[in-house]
Every structure is written in C-alpha cells, then in structure tokens.
Design a protein around this ligand. Structure first.
Ligand SMILES: [Zn+2]
Length: 298
C-alpha cells in the first residue's frame, strides 16, 4: 500500500476539512490482516483527531464513482496489535473526511465445523469479551477543545447496518461466494488466541466466529451515526473446533492472503451497492436522535 501511494499527494488536514476539498470520501473501509492493497491511485491523507492519531494515514480513491477512504486497521506493516488500536481515532477520522458508511472486513476463527476456512460470514450480532478498550466517545472526559461529552446511551440491539449487510451479501453472491447471512461474532481482547476451553465455551453459546477487532468498531460507529457492516473471513477453525495444534498467526495470514483478491472484489461491489449518503434510511443515521451530546461531530 505504501508503495502505491502517491507520496507527493500526502497532505495534512484538520479533523473537519471544509466540504469541497479533494480529501473527502463517503464510504470507509477499515482493512484487516493482509489487506493493504485495496485501492489504486490513492491520495494519502493524514488526519488528526481529538483522540489522537488513527492507525495510519487514510488512503483515498474511487470505486464505481464513489469516493472511498481506506484505513489499514493495524497500520501499514501491521505494527498495532488489536488491543492497542485507537478505534476512537479511526472512526472519528473517517467521519471527519465525510465518510458515513463503513465496511469492516476482518479475519476470524470459525467456531463451528461447518464454518471452515474460506467462509465469508456477515454477522448480525456481536458479543463483547474485550477488557480494556476505550469504547465510547461519551465518557464525560473534557476534551482539548474545552467541550465535554454528555452521557449518551445509543441503541446497539442491532449493531450492524441492515442496508450495508444487504449490500455485502448481494455483492458476495454476485461473485459466486455464498456468504453466511447472520451469526454472532464474539470479540476477544487478544492478542493471544483462545484456549480450547474458551473456544468450546464460545461455541456452546451458539456464537459463530471469533475475532479481535469487531468491537468497539461497530459501537463507536453507531455513536457517530455511521453505518457499519462487518464482513468476517474465516481463516482457521478456532482451538475448540479443531483437533490439531491450534491457531498460528502464519496460517491466519496465509489463508487471508489467499482470499484477499476475492474479498476485494466483494468489497468493491458492496461499495457500489451501498445507498447514497443522502438516501440513508437505516437506524444508524439517526442513532443520536433525542440526545444532547455536548460535543460536535466532525
Ligand atoms: Zn445504516
């Protein structure tokens, strides 16, 4: 990704660039493991946020006539482990460029034998088993600009955008990749993988796949009234669902790399199938209705 970026086009923008600037996008993609070559002919944009810097620069380009911002979730070179990613900065940075709809592909472990390697599952629920992540903008902590966020409780009963999920499922089907429609992503703190006991417990709850980055991305997106859709790619069977030595990082990366091209095609088509920003009619767009937030969203 870094090699493809036009470094001459690298610019720094404030967290709320004026409309009409070229450093704008409407759709965001937060890429997971091994997924750093999403766009060609990109403009690299550095964004600062009240929560510090995001994982990396944002890389802006165009897909089917739509402006898209890609953010390498773990930073280029994959130097950030899941528990050290600045999720608040990442979502804030995307919104500050104009993004209102986010696709979040990530690598997961399958918790059921039928969700084997290469399965694409578009979850409709998640379970948070993380332990130490900033997971809200509304924490009552004064910010550098003098504003203090109020107490706000957004609904997360349905954590993913229904229209985004539909776009992802239709896109996958169009590429001959029958995705699993729905399921529960359990998000663990990491960076270690699960023990066999944990994995069997997760499976026994009826949960579908396990990952390390799905939370708090979806929750933070909702707080910013962003549509968020998770696309999970099974790169291994989790410890409780297989009988061998357990998960290795090398295996995860190998399987993810083998599926990156397929996943990129699905993501391109999903971007094109998303509703126009001004046509959003989903619950996400009005998530803060009725709340006095105390802070201005970018
Ligand atoms: Zn939505």
């Amino acid at each position: 990704m870094a090699n493809k970026a036009n470094t001459d086009a690298t610019t720094s923008v404030p967290s709320s660039p004026a409309a009409g600037q070229p450093e704008r996008a409407e759709v965001g993609v937060i890429g997971g493991s091994g997924f750093y070559s999403f766009l060609e002919d990109v403009t690299e944009v550095q964004v600062d946020t009240p929560y510090g810097p995001p994982s990396d620069s944002l890389f802006l380009g165009e897909i089917s006539g739509r402006r898209v911002a890609f953010l390498p979730r773990h930073g280029r070179g994959h130097h950030l482990p899941p528990h050290r990613i600045n999720y608040r900065a990442n979502l804030w940075a995307l919104r500050s460029l104009g993004v209102r709809q986010v696709l979040g592909p990530c690598a997961v472990g399958g918790l059921r034998p039928e969700y084997g390697v290469g399965t694409l599952l578009v979850p409709d629920q998640f379970v948070d088993r993380t332990k130490a992540r900033a997971q809200s903008y509304f924490d009552g902590v004064p910010r550098a600009d003098g504003s203090t966020p109020n107490v706000v409780h957004v609904s997360l009963a349905d954590p993913y955008c229904p229209d985004g999920r539909k776009a992802a499922l239709v896109a996958a089907q169009g590429r001959g990749w029958e995705a699993v429609d729905g399921g529960t992503l359990v998000v663990v703190e990491g960076p270690r993988f699960s023990t066999r006991a944990e994995s069997r417990w997760h499976a026994a709850q009826g949960w579908s796949v396990v990952g390390m980055t799905g939370h708090p991305e979806a929750a933070l997106a909702r707080e910013l009234e962003l549509c968020y859709t998770s696309l999970t790619l099974v790169t291994d069977l989790d410890a409780g669902a297989e009988t061998g030595e357990g998960v290795s990082h090398a295996e995860v990366m190998r399987v993810f790399a083998a599926n990156v091209d397929r996943l990129r095609e699905v993501l391109f088509d999903a971007v094109a199938a998303l509703p126009a920003t001004e046509d959003r009619a989903c619950l996400c767009a009005g998530a803060l209705g009725g709340w006095e937030t105390g802070i201005a969203l970018p």
